[in-house]
Design a binder for this molecule. Sequence first.
Ligand code: NDP
Length: 450
Amino acid sequence: MTVTVINPATEETIATLESAGVDETDAAVARAKAAFPAWRAVSPADRGRLLRRLATLVEEHHEELSRIECDNVGKPISGARGEVGMVADVFHFYAGAVDKRHGETIPVAGGIDMTFREPLGVVGLIVPWNFPLNISSWKLGPALATGNTIVLKPAELTPLSAMRLAELALEAGIPEGVLNVVVGKGSIVGQRLVEHPDVAKIGFTGSTEVGRSVMEGAAATIKRVTLELGGKSANVVFADADLEKAAAAAPYAVFDNAGQDCCARSRILVERAAYDRFTELLIQATRSLKVGDPKRDETEMGPLISQSHRETVASFVETTPLFQGDTPEGKGYWFPCTLVEATNDDKVAREEVFGPVAALIPFDDEADAIRIANDTPYGLSGSIWTTDGARALRVARALDTGVLSINSNSSVRVSTPFGGFKQSGFGRELGMHALDGYTEVKNVYYSTEG
Ligand code: NDP
């Protein structure tokens, strides 16, 4: 079986690869298992040194990696450059972090009690197609730093950057067998990793539906799992907010990466008193978004990942949109920026579109905003726009959401924890919190009695 890799902006084939099956997956797990004892024995500072070298190589290959992501995902080159920059920063962060998380000594009778953080062993990392290298690095950084060995399964649609990264890891001096990349179908390679008795943990990012099956599959071997799943995040705009600023930022919060972003603020909740004015400003800002050739520096939105995904996204636009932008003519899986008016009960407000479609929903007051924002099975990210500081913090505490920003739409920073509440998953990536997800606490009691 082969994997055909397509550029979604041109529909051209950019690579044809062998698709791995169960045997290749088992072989990769065996390589990772064999490499584990020596890798865990490398001192944390030396593992950090190797990760730092990898970070430097990513910087040296910044443009090459950005172009791979641009061609393979169809994402604008400016966005791809930002993401690859973050990949290097993530490896730098964990290179420096690994020897700064210490154990404890606990006062007990008759001896000394201490804790250690041990690596888990072979870790299976399963990542989606929307931010292939970026999301891989969020898992690889903490997992490698803490002494685990890896089998990484990129999405079949976007395997190229992970394959290149594995080459750079070898060039950095990370020993053979420590980082293995297997390209193949999720239902075969991914599922085998989930079932494999020698895999200690699955770090998964993807849809809530597949996340559920990962969790079920992991139960058989009591595997650890971290799940970063879907979202239906709210962008809550109060009437006292800086409406110009909020409206100028809102399109990027949902149309960035063509809306194929788990953090997309795809429900824009606006206080009724400001609804008409905000809507007018939002349409203006959305109209000026530059959609087109991802290779151009000025492009802000590219195509969707595939034809079938475009059909799924289109099925969410059931009413006449409030606004719909233009798309380039000809080849490419384009879909226009779309704003629709909705209630929170409509399909477009309940399900993850994963495309450039935002639902505008009015609310009456603070309590109503909190009620609507929380009325979703998801809880990944969100924003609150207001000039009332006390209200901003009151609402932030009331939202069942893992990652929030106030008067901003940013979600992700290298040094801060990222992850969801409710059906957006569990476990945290990035920051020092991610180190916990790739280690197990060991307690050792040393008797001092004669
Ligand atoms: P999927 O859940 O379909 O796929 C994610 C990964 O899982 C892919 O590598 C896929 O492989 C693999 N996979 C598919 N089936 C199985 C299986 N049965 N067992 C194990 N692995 C499997 O998601 P998408 O790739 O379509 O990505 C979009 C989704 O990811 C969205 O819902 C989005 O919200 C979510 N996401 C969440 C993020 C977060 O941090 N919370 C970040 C980014 C995306 P393959 O595709 O090769 O078959």
